[in-house]
Every structure is written in C-alpha cells, then in structure tokens.
Design a binder for this molecule. Structure first.
Ligand code: AMP
Length: 288
C-alpha cells in the first residue's frame, strides 16, 4: 500500500499515519519529523531548513525532495509507505510522480483529511509530542490517560513538549501556506482518480475507522472497533437483546423430559380431573 495523507496542519494526519503504520506494518514517512530530526541533530539540511520551519514557510523543494528520494530508497519501503506531510505543493507532487514511476511503485490512494479551520486552530494549540517516543497527543481533546500515559520507550509517564512552530503566529502562516500551496493538490490527485476524502473531525478512533474504510482495509478487531464506535453509537441496541435471550430458553424447553417428571401428586390430580370414561392402558387390560 502506497499512500499519501493530505490535509492542513492539525488535521490529524500524523496521528492517523502512526496508527495506520502500527496496524499495517507499513512505514510512516513524515517530512516534518525528518526535518525536525535534522534540525535537532544540527545537520547541514537541518541548518538550512530551520528558518523556514520557524516561520511556518515551506522548506526548499530541492532539500525536501533529496530527503524523500533517500528515504524511499530504504528497504522497508518495499512493502509500501504512508507519506505524511509530503507532497506539499505541485512541484513536489510532480517530482513524486516521476520518482515513483522510476521505482515502478505508483501511488494507490491519496486521502484528504477534511477539518474545519476553527477546529484546526484548537487542535494545534493543544498538540503535544512525547520527547522520548514521538507519540502525538492533544491535551484538550485526547490527553494521555491510563496505560497510554506511559511512554513505551522509557516506561515512565510521557514527557510532553510543544512544537516550536505550534504557536499562534506561525500557525496562521502555516494555514495560509496550506491554502495557497497545498490545497491545489486536491484537484491534482482528483484528476488522477486517486483522491478519497474523509471527515477528519470527531473522535480519533472514529477517524481511524473512516480512514480504514476509505482504504478498503479489513475491519479492526471487534474490541478495538467497539471502543472506537462507542462515542458515536446510541447507548443501546434494543432490537438485538430479546432475540438473543429467547434462544437459550427455547433450547431448555426442548431438552426438558416430558410428562414422567411431573410430580406424582400433581399427575394423580390431573388424572382425577380427566374424563372418568377413559379406558385403562392396554398393558393392564391384558394382564387381567
Ligand atoms: P509538519 O510537521 O508536517 O506540520 O511540518 C512542519 C514544517 O516542516 C512545515 O511547516 C514546513 O516548514 C516543513 N515541511 C514539512 N514537510 C514539508 C514539505 N513537504 N515541504 C516543505 N516543507 C515541509
């Protein structure tokens, strides 16, 4: 499966890409994560990318394309990949087309995440990332609780940090850049018959379900699906209950041994109440 997740900053691409990668074993390739790692390591690429990232602008196409070309050459991408945050403009989309044609690995689908602007701002302001395992949470809508509060890397509670570019001023610029440069990709992929749009608002689990349906994945195991749907489903499914209860009762009826088990006294009473003219059983008559 070779897919692109397309959506504005804060639309949940990263969270869903992580989940999809866990579910399918296919690697998530986030250009934002790769660039942040380069910045943190202080590499040449990181130094060049940092200013644009801090201001909410796109990093130079040549830098990003070089990074993607290298990443797609790694062996774990042979089974497929989930591109998250790439391509971001028409130049990158055309370059990706060319690269994938070279590799004879065309895209299977592009999923567009639809989220209202006010919701995007709310999500970005609540977004936090674990400094150790890079899991993404939202302290407003999906804070880490219970077992999920423990970092799988350290075994201690997650160390949540806010991304440097998740501040109000930069967010406004990133949303503007999305509208101007990235939104045209919707028509680009629509014209190639690859685009599938999903409603990416609501519970994270519900979005995961919608993404699975859009990609034609087999339904998740019952427990996970139940957990995901619980928020949207009406509290009870009344019609199913009586049907399920009646069945065991009917089986018990069948199994019950017939008249012999009627208590002797009740049976005598029943016989006494019956017609007196009734003939005695054939066996008795024969003995007489
Ligand atoms: P993201 O984590 O996807 O929101 O990306 C964070 C920042 O990294 C963006 O605001 C850009 O500055 C930069 N970036 C990520 N992906 C790309 C890309 N495909 N092209 C250019 N810049 C990118």
């Amino acid at each position: 499966m070779r897919i692109v997740l397309l959506g504005a900053p804060g639309s949940g691409k990263g969270t869903q890409a992580q989940r999809l990668a866990e579910r399918t074993g296919i690697p998530q390739i986030s250009t934002g994560d790769l660039l942040r790692a380069a910045v943190a390591r202080g590499t040449e690429l990181g130094i060049k990318a940092k200013a644009a990232m801090d201001e909410g602008r796109l990093v130079d196409d040549a830098l990003v394309l070089g990074m993607i070309r290298e990443r797609l050459a790694e062996p774990d991408t042979r089974a497929g990949f989930i591109l998250d945050g790439f391509p971001r403009n028409l130049v990158q989309a055309a370059a990706l087309d060319g690269l994938l044609a070279e590799l004879k690995q065309p895209l299977d689908a592009v999923v567009q995440f639809e989220v209202d602007r006010a919701e995007l701002v709310k999500r970005i302001s609540g977004r936090r990332t674990c400094a150790d395992c890079a899991c993404v949470f939202n302290v407003l809508t999906s804070p880490p609780t219970g077992a999920a509060a423990i970092c799988p890397r350290t075994g201690a509670p997650h160390r949540l940090i806010q991304r440097a570019d998740d501040n109000e001023a930069t967010v406004a610029e990133r949303l503007r850049v999305y509208e101007e440069k990235t939104r045209p990709l919707i028509a680009f992929y629509q014209s190639r018959g690859l685009l599938r749009a999903i409603d990416a608002e609501g519970q994270v689990d519900a979005v995961t379900e919608r993404l699975g349906v859009a990609l034609g994945l087999a339904p998740r195991p019952a427990a996970a699906a139940r957990k995901g749907a619980a928020a949207k489903r009406p509290p009870r499914r009344k019609p199913a209950r009586p049907a399920r209860r009646r069945r065991p009762a009917a089986r018990a009826e069948k199994r019950r041994p017939a008249p012999k088990k009627v208590p002797a006294r009740a049976a005598r009473k029943k016989r006494a109440g019956g017609p007196r003219t009734r003939k005695p059983p054939a066996r008795r008559r024969a003995r007489r």
